[in-house]
Design a protein around this ligand. Structure first.
Ligand code: GUN
Length: 292
């Protein structure tokens, strides 16, 4: 059994990006510039955005953080999106989700210029992905694919069960892994809250990708011996012994499942750092696509 070190792989990717930035600098070319919009003070969202800004600093990208209060009206946020679309110094930007209830997330996502949509959430980028046209792939699924690629995990002809059908993880991942590509060519089952017989279905899986947002959801009895298990869950659960009073819990009962697997990703230190690495890769791509 191997615990996949997503942090180490992401550091390798960041080192490659740093070298690319230095090369661009030496040629007098523009340095990638990422902007992040954060609404409110949700602690998890603040941490995610801080980590994205920190990754920019490590690589040598420029970054701009734009913050709004929870009560920001939708039209003010949409106006900011439009000004970032127009701002030639910004190569790509994200609006951290979730947004407060009075703001329509889909409307905001659709307002982002698809050429600056480094999260790959815009319907145009999702559509391009479906028909294999160039565009931005959503960061978490792209990070998982990169991890599969770099660990040489075979996918062709394999049964892959994805648990969770969200627009930002499960749904795009099911399309990417079932496509005629490498990694890809899996027989994908996209399981969700209405799926019956999930343990039975999971036991057929060569690869399980858990993105349900439910701590410890994947248990020992659901996993075939030798399976690859990728855990996308990041739920904060109270833990008085932890320095911050909480710890991150994945969707997999790691302690019991890990010994049964051929490979497994931990939480933290598995998929999370890969999401940030692929967001950085998309930022460089955004700039290169425009021939800057
Ligand atoms: N919220 C949870 N994951 C993500 C992500 O990858 N991008 C954005 N913008 N918001 C998120």
């Amino acid at each position: 059994m191997e615990i996949i070190d997503g942090k180490a792989i992401s550091q390798q990717i960041k080192a490659e990006l740093k070298a690319a930035v230095q090369f661009r600098k030496s040629e007098g070319k523009k340095i990638p510039h990422l902007a992040a919009v954060l609404v409110g003070t949700d602690s998890a969202s603040m941490t995610y955005v801080q980590n994205k800004v920190k990754a920019c600093e490590e690589i040598g990208f420029e970054s701009t953080l734009i913050r709004y209060d929870d009560s920001v009206p939708e039209d003010i946020l949409l106006a900011k999106v439009e000004s970032l679309n127009q701002d030639r110094s910004i190569d790509g930007f994200i609006v951290q989700l979730p947004l407060p209830k009075h703001i329509d997330e889909l409307k905001v996502t659709q307002a982002i210029d698809p050429l600056k949509d480094i999260d790959g959430f815009h319907p145009r980028n999702l559509g391009n992905m479906v028909v294999h046209l160039p565009g931005f792939l959503p960061a978490t699924p792209a990070g998982i694919l990169e991890l599969i690629r770099r660990k040489n995990i075979p996918t062709e002809g394999k049964n892959c069960v994805i648990i969770g059908r969200s627009n930002i993880v499960g749904m795009p991942l099911s399309i990417m892994l079932s496509g005629n590509s490498n990694p890809g060519n899996c027989t994908v089952t996209l399981a969700h809250s209405k799926t019956t017989n999930l343990p039975e279905i999971c036991r057929q899986a060569d690869i399980i990708i858990a993105a349900a947002g439910q701590p410890g959801f994947v248990t020992y009895d659901m996993v075939k011996a030798g399976a690859v298990v990728i855990d996308v869950g990041t739920t904060r659960i109270e833990d008085p012994k932890a320095p911050k009073g909480w710890r991150l819990a994945g969707d997999v009962d790691f302690e019991n499942v890990a010994p049964k697997c051929s490979m497994i990703t931990p939480v933290p230190g598995g998929v999370g750092p890969m999401t940030i690495a692929s967001l950085m890769m998309n930022t460089l791509k955004a700039m290169e696509l425009k021939g800057k």
